[in-house]
Design a protein around this ligand. Structure first.
Ligand SMILES: Cc1cc2nc3c(=O)[nH]c(=O)nc-3n(C[C@H](O)[C@H](O)[C@H](O)COP(=O)(O)OP(=O)(O)OC[C@H]3O[C@@H](n4cnc5c(N)ncnc54)[C@H](O)[C@@H]3O)c2cc1C
Length: 511
């Protein structure tokens, strides 16, 4: 039995903790906050309840597997999962509206043809077939296996099979980015472009520079579906926490780790903020790269030939709306209200340098975009409201890390949401705002940056550092390490770290 210290009680860290405890190890989680879950926060006020982090789950198989491998009660006995139907309503800049069904490619095609005109479905379906190839090529190395030691292969090889585009008197070109897929393969149709690009933006990626392999993001959602959790995503964090407790994982809250102690070239424990030293045979760090680097002054965390951590990633602003009046029947759970000024939005969030092909910068300065693409969540969940005569709504937009969100920004966001929530002004009881500073407070990531899932190609800039580090006995888990951010990916990082500790460096991934 090894003594294992886990730093942080985020989803990746708790997944690793539960699996390590089941393997017979003594696991203690040190979390600097007073509660578990990290990004999966919950605001409860006046009978209303809101998620402040992710609110929808993709690839629930990752958490189903965790519950199967760590106990008798399956995931569905611990939380109530519901397939969201329709998966999403899109409201495009020109007012066109379409509801896309959950996990039905045929249904998505019918909806697209009906809303955007004949031909849209065929283009989208051909794209999704190519996206499936990218998924088949990257599913194992970028989700299910530890980062390959020869990760350069992933850095160089674009898994998305772009269609060659012959241009008169010019060299043949293939789409290298999501924006180019939209231009070359979706005919530049503005609504198909917005549909494709919002998958990148929602994950914190600039579609102008995100490699074509980001096509796996729409593929994953439209093939495997989207789930909500009754009681909000916080209920999933609670279920994982309780599974950890059932497996005898110990938790120490308000117990920040300030230093990782090394002895004879390997991790030998941690030092807590109150000066206490805790010995360990292995240390698992589920924190952002800057926080991890601060715990290891002088020692590089990653081997010189390793993948460096990503930087410059955006955050989110979330506005929680408590409304009087019932949620109207037939209201979709999720509506995406697209920006009316793509250039301003992308320049505001990512800077003008992302512009491709000589596109002019909009001149926007970093900050909250003028008309951000808004995700509007209106869950049909009685636990989110005091009674049936009220409604809880959450608005989320991608904004630069560290962005200063002003009252004028919030007023603009709420006013925009009025386009898809009739009578919003009259119904609004109160609102609360969660800024990038609040995200930083709940996760410890500088500026409240949120890590996206790992992607191939682009010279390896979209990969995340390996779970094994340059320090023997120290492992990195969670969204900032392989295979990256997002609930399923962070859950997989926990699986991989547990495998590497239990089976050793020869571990090649879960079967
Ligand atoms: C606003 C928001 C929206 C998101 N939307 C989505 C979405 O739609 N879909 C999706 O899949 N994912 C989304 N994500 C990302 C997703 O929530 C995370 O990738 C996932 O929860 C994994 O988190 P993690 O394991 O990296 O830990 P984190 O949630 O980052 O938690 C890290 C933990 O470490 C603790 N910690 C930090 N420093 C120390 C220290 N020195 N000592 C002890 N403890 C420490 C922190 O207090 C925190 O509890 C979103 C995230 C945010 C913030």
């Amino acid at each position: 039995m090894a003594r294992i210290v886990v730093i942080g009680a985020g989803m990746g860290a708790m997944t690793a903790a539960a699996r390590l405890a089941v393997a017979g190890h003594r696991v203690v989680v040190h979390e600097r906050a007073a509660t578990y879950g990290g990004a999966l926060g919950r605001v409860e006020r006046d009978g209303f309840g809101f998620d402040t982090g992710p609110a929808l789950l993709r690839l629930p198989a990752v958490y189903r597997d965790l519950f199967v491998k760590t106990g008798k009660q399956p995931l569905e006995d611990c939380v109530e999962l519901c397939q969201v139907e329709p998966a999403v309503r899109h409201v495009f800049a020109d007012g066109t509206t379409t509801d896309l069904p959950n996990a039905s490619r045929a249904g998505v095609g019918e909806a697209l043809d009906a809303a955007l005109g004949a031909g849209a479905a065929a283009r989208w379906a051909a794209f999704m077939n190519r996206a499936r190839e990218a998924w088949d090529r990257t599913r194992r190395p970028l989700l299910e296996e530890p980062l390959w030691p020869n990760w350069q292969v992933l850095a160089e090889r674009e898994p998305y099979p772009s269609v060659a585009r012959k241009r008169l008197l010019r060299r043949e070109r293939r789409a290298a980015t999501l924006a180019e897929i939209a231009e070359f393969e979706l005919g530049g149709e503005p609504r198909l472009t917005a549909l494709l690009e919002h998958f990148a933006l929602a994950s914190g990626l600039d579609p102008r520079t995100a490699p074509a392999g980001a096509a796996v993001l729409p593929y994953m959602e439209q093939t495997f579906g989207t789930w909500s959790v009754r009681g909000g995503m916080r209920a999933l964090a609670t279920a994982v926490y309780e599974r950890c407790l059932a497996r005898k994982v110990e938790f120490a809250f308000e117990s920040a780790v300030v230093r990782i102690v090394e002895k004879d070239g390997r991790a030998a424990g941690v030092e807590l903020a109150d000066g206490t030293a805790v010995d360990a045979d292995f240390v698992v760090a589920g924190v952002a790269p800057d926080a991890l680097a601060r715990m290891l002054t002088g020692t590089p965390v990653h081997a010189p030939q390793g993948v460096p951590p990503q930087s410059g990633l955006p955050s989110r602003v979330t506005v929680l709306l408590a409304l009087r009046g019932a949620r109207p029947d037939g209201t979709p759970h999720r509506t995406v209200l697209h920006t009316t000024d793509r250039a301003d939005e992308l320049d505001s969030v990512f800077g003008g340098s992302g512009a491709h092909g000589g596109a002019k910068s909009s001149g926007a300065r970093p900050g909250v975009p003028t008309t951000p693409t808004l995700t509007v969540l209106r869950p049909d969940d009685p636990t989110a409201t005091p009674d049936a005569e009220h409604e809880a709504v959450t608005l989320t937009a991608t904004v630069p890390a560290g962005a200063d969100v002003t009252e004028a920004d919030v007023r603009r966001i709420v006013a925009r949401a009025g386009a898809v929530i009739p009578g919003l002004d009259d119904r609004l009881l109160w609102h609360e705002v969660r800024t990038p500073a609040d995200v930083a407070a709940s996760t410890g990531a500088d500026g409240g940056a949120v890590p996206p899932p790992a992607l191939a190609a682009d010279g390896g800039r979209r990969l995340h550092p390996a779970n094994s580090t340059a320090v023997t006995g120290l492992y990195a888990v969670g969204g900032w390490s392989h295979p990256g951010g997002g609930l399923p990916h962070a859950g997989m990082s926990g699986t991989l770290v547990a495998g590497l500790i239990v089976e050793g460096p020869e571990f090649r991934g879960s079967q």
